[in-house]
Write a protein that binds this ligand. Structure first.
Ligand code: GLA
Length: 370
C-alpha cells in the first residue's frame, strides 16, 4: 500500500503532464491533423503513435484532391482515399474531405473538351456535378464534412478569376454546395480559404457568405486555413475574423494551421501554393536547429492564438494542424524548396516542442478557472 502511494506520488507530475492535445481540448473543440499517404497507410510508425494519442479529427493532405481521385475523364482512383477513410474509422476519428472544387491540383482537362477547347458553362457544371456526386457519394455517411470550395477569393476580396469562375460564372460556388448537399444531405459543408484574417479579403469573404446564406445555401462553417507566421495574424485580426463569421451564424474551423518561423520572401501574407523563390542561405537560416529565442516566439504565438480559439470555443468546431511533425510540413518546400522549417508542435524526431506545452497550458488555465 505504502509502496503504491509512493509510486503515485512519484508518477503524479508525469501523469499530470501526460494529457494530450485532444484530451486537454475535449469539450472545447476537436484537434485535427492533416495526414500524408505514408501516415494513413500506417507506414510511419512514429507519426502513427502521435496521431492516435493527440488528435481526434483527420484531413487528407492530398488523397482526395481532384488530381488524386479523378486523374482522367473516365478514371477514378480511390485506393488511397479508401485507406484514408478506413484509417479514420478504425481510429474513431472525425474524417474530413478536402477539397472538391479548387483551381490547383486539378488537371487541365477538367476545363476542356476532347479537342482541348474550353468547356461551355453547362458542360463544366455537368462535370462538376458528376465529380461531386461520385466522390461525396462514395463516402456518404463516412466523411463528416467537406471543403466544398477552396480558395475562391483574391486578396482584395473579389472572386478569383479561376477557370471555374470564368467558365461557369460567380454562381459556381452555390452550384458546388448544392451538388454536395444532394450527394450527402447530412455532411457538413465548408468554404475554405487563406488570409481571411486580412481586412480586405475578410470583407470579401463576409460578403460571399452573406450572399450564399441569403440564397439558402447550406453552409456549415468557414475554414480559416491558418497558414500563419510569427507576425501574422495579430490577435486582433484573429479575433475580429472569428467574430465576423460567428455573427453570421456560421461555425468557424481552423483547418490548416501552421506557424512558419522562417524569413518571408515578401511582405504579402499569402498561402498561394504557386508562389516560389530561389533558395539562398539567408532564406534558410536554421538548418541545424531553431534558436531558443525563436522557439520561444513560436510557442508564444501558438499560445496567443489558442487563447483566442479557446475564448471562442462556442464558435470553433475544430483546429486542424497541417502536418504531424516539422519534417512532414509543406513549409520545408514552400515558397522556397529545400528549407528547414519548424512550424508545428512536434519536432522532426516526434518530440513535443515548447509550443506544444504552451498550447496545453492554455487549456489548463481554462480548467483552473471556475
Ligand atoms: C492549400 C490547400 C492545401 C495544401 C496547402 C499547402 O492551403 O488547401 O490542400 O495544398 O495549400 O500544402
Amino acid at each position: 500500500m505504502r509502496a503504491a502511494v509512493a509510486l503515485l506520488l512519484v508518477l503524479a507530475p508525469v501523469l499530470a503532464s501526460a494529457a494530450t492535445l485532444k484530451e486537454s481540448y475535449d469539450g472545447l473543440f476537436r484537434i485535427g491533423v492533416a495526414l500524408n499517404q505514408r501516415q494513413f497507410e500506417e507506414r510511419d510508425q512514429r507519426a502513427l503513435k502521435i496521431v492516435a494519442a493527440e488528435f481526434n479529427s483527420i484531413s487528407p493532405e492530398n488523397a482526395l484532391k481532384w488530381e488524386s481521385v479523378h486523374p482522367r475523364p473516365a478514371e477514378y482512383r480511390f485506393d488511397a482515399a479508401d485507406r484514408y477513410v478506413a484509417f479514420g474509422e478504425k481510429q474513431g476519428m472525425q474524417v474530413i474531405g478536402h477539397a472538391l472544387v479548387w483551381h490547383n491540383q486539378t488537371p487541365s482537362w477538367v476545363f476542356q473538351d476532347e479537342r482541348g477547347a474550353p468547356l461551355t458553362r453547362d458542360a463544366l457544371l455537368a462535370r462538376m456535378r458528376e465529380h461531386i456526386h461520385t466522390v461525396v457519394g462514395r463516402y456518404k455517411g463516412r466523411i463528416a464534412g467537406w471543403d466544398v470550395v477552396n480558395e475562391a477569393l483574391d486578396e482584395d476580396g473579389t472572386l478569383r478569376k479561376s477557370p471555374w469562375q470564368r467558365i461557369i460564372g460567380d454562381d459556381y460556388i452555390e452550384q458546388a454546395f448544392a451538388f454536395a448537399r444532394e450527394a450527402d444531405p447530412s455532411a457538413e459543408l465548408y468554404y475554405n480559404d487563406y488570409s481571411i484574417e486580412r481586412e480586405a479579403k475578410r470583407a470579401g469573404a463576409v460578403r460571399l457568405m452573406q450572399r450564399l446564406l441569403a440564397r439558402g445555401v447550406k453552409i456549415t462553417a468557414i475554414g480559416l486555413q491558418g497558414h500563419d507566421h510569427l507576425r501574422y495574424p495579430s490577435g486582433a485580426q484573429q479575433e475580429a475574423t472569428i467574430r465576423a463569421f460567428a455573427s453570421l451564424g456560421l461555425q468557424v474551423n481552423i483547418t490548416e494551421l501552421d506557424i512558419d518561423p522562417l524569413p518571408r520572401i515578401a511582405d504579402e501574407v499569402t498561402a498561394e501554393v504557386t508562389l516560389s523563390a530561389a533558395a539562398t542561405d539567408a532564406l534558410n537560416p536554421y538548418r541545424s536547429g531553431l534558436p531558443d529565442a525563436k522557439q520561444r516566439e513560436l510557442a508564444e504565438k501558438y499560445g496567443e492564438l489558442f487563447a483566442i480559439f479557446a475564448k471562442y470555443r462556442g464558435t470553433i468546431g475544430r483546429v486542424t494542424f497541417w502536418g504531424v511533425t516539422d519534417g512532414d510540413s509543406w513549409l520545408n518546400d514552400w515558397p522556397v524548396r529545400g528549407r528547414t522549417s519548424y512550424p508545428l508542435l512536434f519536432d522532426r524526431a516526434g518530440a513535443r516542442k515548447p509550443a506544444y506545452d504552451e498550447v496545453l497550458a492554455v487549456a489548463k488555465r481554462l480548467e483552473a478557472k471556475p
